[in-house]
Design a protein around this ligand. Sequence first.
Ligand SMILES: [Zn+2]
Length: 316
Amino acid sequence: MPPRTRISCAGRECAETPTVDWESEVQLVSSLAKLQELERKIHELRQCIPAGILSPLAPISTSNNPSDQAASPSTLHHGLEIAAREGLANIEQFQSLWRSPELKPVWDHVQTRINESNGQLVQPTGMWEKDYASILAHLTTTKQSAEEDRLRQEEETERAKALSSEGGWRSVIERFSQRDLPGVHIIRSKNQDKPEFAVTLARAGMIFLLEGTREPDSPGVANWQVANKVASGRSPTKLELAILECLDSRPRKWDLAFLLDMISSYAEIKQTPCAKCTKLTNNAAQLPVIRRVQPAEQPTDSTQIFSFNAYHPDCL
Ligand SMILES: [Zn+2]
C-alpha cells in the first residue's frame, strides 16, 4: 500500500489522498483505467434521460397490446418514481466517484499537464484505443508472479546456505537466546552435537521438543520436527494439538529461526486476540491458534525476526 499523506482543505471535510508516483507505469495505467471507467459511466448516464427515466411509459407509446395501455395511472406513477430514483442515485454515485480521493491526484495531474502544454490537450484520436482495465490486470499479475519468483529464489539460496552449514543451527539458537524473550526459554540437550533441544513457554504452560533431521549429502539440518512434551500420564490438550498442527503446516521447514519465532508467537496465547475479528475466543470458545507470517519489510537475511498474526480457524 502506498504511503498516505493528509491534504489540507480548509473548511471542507479532509480526505486522505495517496501520494502518487507519476513515473510508475502501474500508476499511470491504473489512473487511465479510472478515467476510462468514468467515461463509460458517462455514456451510461446519457441514456438516463429520456430513455431510462421514461422507460416505464414505453409500453404505452410503443405497444399495440390493449393490456399494456390499460396500466393504471398509479402503476405508471409508481414505475416512474422508481426509475427517477434509480436514475438520480446513479448520477450521485457517478459524482462521488468523480470527486473521490483516488481521483483527486489524477485530476490534479491532468490539470498540471494542461497548464504545462498551454491548454493544448493531448488527444490524438479523441477515442480510447486500449482497454486500460485489462492492461492493469495483466501488469498486476506479472508483478505478482515476478515477486513470487524472487521470494522463491531467495528462500532457495537461504535454504542451501543452512543445509551447507554443519553447526548453523547452534548460532541460530544463540542469537535467539540473546533476545531474551519473556517467558520463552531454550533447554539444550546434553549431547550438544545432536540437533535436539526443547523450548518452554512458561505462561502458556507448554513445552515443545525440536529435532532436526539431515539429508544424506548435506551437513546442515534439512527439516525441523516439533513434538509436544507432556507430563507422563497426561495426554496433550486440544489447544496443544491445534498448535502442533499449525506448526507442522508451516513453510520454511529448514528454517530454525522461523520456527523459533513462530513458537514464541504462542507465548501469550491466552492474551493474543485474532487479527481479523479482534476477539480472543470465537463462538466455539477457541483461541486464535492459527499463525500467518507478516510480509517482511526488509529483505530476508540471517538476523531477520519473523512476526506472526493470530487467527481463529474460521476467521481465515
Ligand atoms: Zn477471529
